[in-house]
Ligand binder design. Structure first.
Ligand code: GLC
Ligand code: CA
Length: 560
C-alpha cells in the first residue's frame, strides 16, 4: 500500500462559531482558535479542519458564502486568518479549509448579478429554469424543507437551490464557473493551507434533463438526492480541478459524499483516479434514522458492523477511508450509539476505540474528545439550525405532526446537538465566552460535569484516553495500514475485529451493550504472545480465550 502523510494523520474538526469567543459577542472567532491551538496539539491531532470561515450572511452558518476571498466579520479578519495559519504551522499543525462550491450565498456578487437579467454575464453561473405549467420546473424538495426551486419575479424564472433558498446552486456546466472555482482554490493553496474538505462535492453535476424525483409516502416533494448525487460529469469536473490545481500541491482532500457505496467511492478516491484522497460516506450514520420521515430508528449493532466492514473491505485495495462518528451535522455519538448516563465515560471510550482502530484517517469533532452529549432544548425557539427550524414548520405546522414526537426527533438527531458551545470549564458559559455574555446558542447544561478542565489532568479521562488512541496510531503502523477483518459477525452485542500487518495482529474487542457478554476467541486466530495495548477498564492482561466483558468494555491486544 502506498504510504502518505494524510493516511497517517488524525484530524480535529473545529466549528469556529462554537469553539471559543475572545471578544465577548457570544460567537466563536479565529483568535479563539489561535488561543486553543496548544490544546489541539496536546490532544495529538496534526490536522485541523475548519468549518467555513468565509464571508457569509449565515443563513446556514457559513455554508452560504458571499465572498470566497474574505473572512466572516464575526470571525475576524484576513490578518487573523494568516496569523492562525502561521501559528498552526509553527506547531506542526496543518489546516484544511471547507470548500463549499456546490452553491454560493444569494448575496454573492455572482448571484446578485445573475438574477438581474437573462442576458447578464453571470446568468449562467446558476441554474435557471422556466416554470412548468405555471409551477416549479420539477418536484424536487430542498434539503431544509420546501421546494428546491425558488421563483424569481424579475425574469419569471426559477433558480435551483438544493439547500436553503439563500444557497443557489452553481452551474458547473458553465466552464467559467469551473475556472472561478479553480482560481479560488489556488488562491487558498497559495496562501499555504494544507488541503480541503469539499462540501457535498458529489452534487456538482446535475442531470440536465432535471427529471422528477420519487415521492415517498407522506412527503410533499420528490426525492432529488439519487438524481443530483454522483451526476454524469462529476468525475470529469474533479479530474479537471485535480489536474489544473490540486495535483500541483502536497495537500489532502476529502469529499463529503452522501449516497455513495464503496464501489462509487472508489471512483472518487482510487489511487489511479486522480480525483480526491478520501470521502465521507454516510451509511454508518444512516443506520438509525429515516430522514424522509424525520424519525429515529433503533440502533442495530449488526447493521453497523455490516456497514463498517463493507467500507473497510471495499476500500482496502487502492482506496482510503475516513473515519468519523461526529461532525457539525450529526448528533453526539455517545448519546446516539453509546450510553450518556451511567456508562457515559465507558461508552465514550469504547466508541473512540472502535473507530480509531479501523483503517482510515480518523476525524475528531470538537468536544467528542471529552464526551460531549446531546442537548435537550425544550422549545423550538432554542434551536438555531435552519434545518431544524424549517422542518419544524413543515412537519408540525404544515403537515400537523405531533409536536412532541417531532421535538423528540430533534433531541435525538438534530444538528444543533453538535453545535452547542465547546465546554472548556465549569464556569458560567463554560469558558466559551465571558460569564455575562449571551452565547449565540445555549450551552449544554452538562458543562458543569463535562468539560476540558476537569479532564485534562485526570489520567482516566476520556480526553486522555483519546490522546492514548492517537499515540497508539502514531507508534504502530499496523493501526494505519493493517488489513481489517471482522470476527464474530453474528454477535449482537460485541463488535470485534482484527487488523493484520506482516506477522502482527491487532485484536479489537468492543462491547456495545450494558450487558456482560462473553467474548470467545475464534479458533483460527493463532498467536504465541499477546499484549494489551489499551482498555477502558482495569483488567488483567494475559487471558484472551474467554473474556466476560463488562458493560461497554473495550480492549485492544497486539498478538504475535
Ligand atoms: C454539508 C454541510 C452542511 C451544510 C450543507 C450545505 O452537508 O456539512 O452543514 O448545511 O452541506 O452546504
Ligand atoms: Ca467573538
Amino acid at each position: 500500500m502506498v504510504k502518505s502523510w494524510w493516511k497517517e494523520s488524525v484530524v480535529y474538526q473545529v466549528y469556529p462559531r462554537s469553539f471559543r469567543d475572545t471578544n465577548g459577542d457570544g460567537i466563536g472567532d479565529l483568535k479563539g482558535i489561535i488561543e486553543k491551538l496548544d490544546y489541539i496539539k496536546l490532544l495529538g491531532a496534526n490536522v485541523i479542519w475548519l468549518c467555513p470561515v468565509y464571508k457569509s450572511p449565515n443563513d446556514d452558518n457559513g455554508y452560504d458564502i458571499s465572498d470566497y476571498r474574505d473572512i466572516m466579520d464575526e470571525f475576524g479578519t484576513m490578518e487573523d486568518f494568516d496569523k492562525l495559519l502561521d501559528e498552526a504551522h509553527k506547531r506542526g499543525l496543518k489546516i484544511l479549509m471547507d470548500l463549499v462550491v456546490n452553491h454560493t450565498s444569494d448575496e454573492h456578487k455572482w448571484f446578485i448579478e445573475s438574477r438581474k437579467s437573462k442576458d447578464n454575464k453571470y446568468r449562467d453561473y446558476y441554474i435557471w429554469k422556466d416554470p412548468k405549467d405555471g409551477k416549479e420546473p420539477n418536484n424536487w424538495g430542498g434539503a431544509f424543507a420546501g421546494s428546491a426551486w425558488e421563483y424569481d419575479e424579475n425574469t419569471n424564472m426559477y433558480f435551483l437551490h438544493c439547500f436553503s433558498r439563500k444557497q443557489p446552486d452553481l452551474n458547473w456546466e458553465n466552464p467559467e464557473v469551473r475556472r472561478e472555482v479553480q482560481e479560488l482554490v489556488k488562491y487558498w493553496l497559495d496562501k499555504g493551507i494544507d488541503g480541503f474538505r469539499m462540501d457535498v462535492i458529489n452534487m456538482i453535476s446535475k442531470d440536465q434533463t432535471f427529471p422528477d424525483g420519487v415521492k415517498a409516502e407522506g412527503s410533499l416533494y420528490g426525492d432529488k438526492d439519487p438524481i443530483v448525487m454522483n451526476g454524469p460529469r462529476v468525475h470529469e469536473y474533479l479530474k479537471e480541478l485535480n489536474e489544473k490545481v490540486l495535483s500541483k500541491y502536497d495537500i489532502m482532500t476529502v469529499g463529503e459524499t452522501p449516497l455513495v457505496t464503496p464501489e462509487i467511492a472508489m471512483q472518487y478516491v482510487g489511487e489511479d483516479r486522480n480525483e480526491l484522497n478520501m470521502v465521507f460516506e454516510f451509511e454508518h450514520m444512516d443506520i438509525d434514522r429515516d430522514e424522509s420521515k424525520a424519525m429515529k430508528q433503533p440502533f442495530d449493532l449488526i447493521k453497523l458492523k455490516k456497514v463498517f466492514t463493507k467500507w473497510q473491505k471495499g476500500l482496502e485495495n487502492g482506496g482510503w477511508n475516513s473515519l468519523y462518528w461526529n461532525n457539525h451535522d450529526q448528533a453526539r455519538v455517545v448519546s446516539r450509539f453509546g450510553n450518556d448516563k451511567e456508562y457515559w465515560e465507558k461508552s465514550a471510550k469504547m466508541l473512540g476505540t472502535c473507530l480509531h482502530m479501523q483503517q482510515g484517517t480518523p476525524y475528531i469533532y470538537q468536544g467528542e474528545e471529552i464526551g460531549m452529549t446531546n442537548v435537550h432544548f425544550e422549545t423550538i425557539e432554542d434551536y438555531r439550525d435552519i434545518s431544524a427550524i424549517n422542518r419544524y414548520k413543515e412537519e408540525v405546522e404544515v403537515k400537523g405532526r405531533d409536536k412532541d414526537s417531532f421535538m423528540n426527533y430533534l433531541h435525538e438527531l438534530s444538528r444543533d446537538n453538535a453545535r452547542t458551545p465547546m465546554q472548556w470549564n465549569s464556569c458560567e458559559n463554560a469558558g466559551f465566552t465571558e460569564p455575562e455574555v449571551k452565547p449565540w446558542i445555549k450551552l449544554n447544561p452538562r458543562y458543569k460535569e463535562i468539560n476540558v478542565e476537569t479532564q485534562i489532568n485526570n489520567p482516566n479521562s476520556i480526553f486522555n484516553y483519546y490522546r492514548e488512541l492517537i499515540k497508539i496510531r502514531r507508534e504502530n503502523e499496523i493501526v494505519v495500514y493493517g488489513k481489517y477483518d471482522l470476527i464474530l459477525e453474528d454477535d449482537k452485542e460485541i463488535y470485534a475485529y482484527t487488523r493484520t500487518l506482516d506477522s502482527k495482529k491487532l485484536l479489537v474487542i468492543c462491547n456495545f451493550s450494558k450487558n456482560e457478554p462473553v467474548f470467545n476467541l475464534p479458533e483460527d486466530i493463532k498467536y504465541n504472545f499477546s499484549q494489551k495495548i489499551i482498555s477502558n477498564y482495569d483488567v488483567d492482561d494475559s487471558k484472551i480465550e474467554k473474556i466476560k466483558l463488562k458493560p461497554y468494555e473495550c480492549r485492544v491486544y497486539m498478538l504475535q
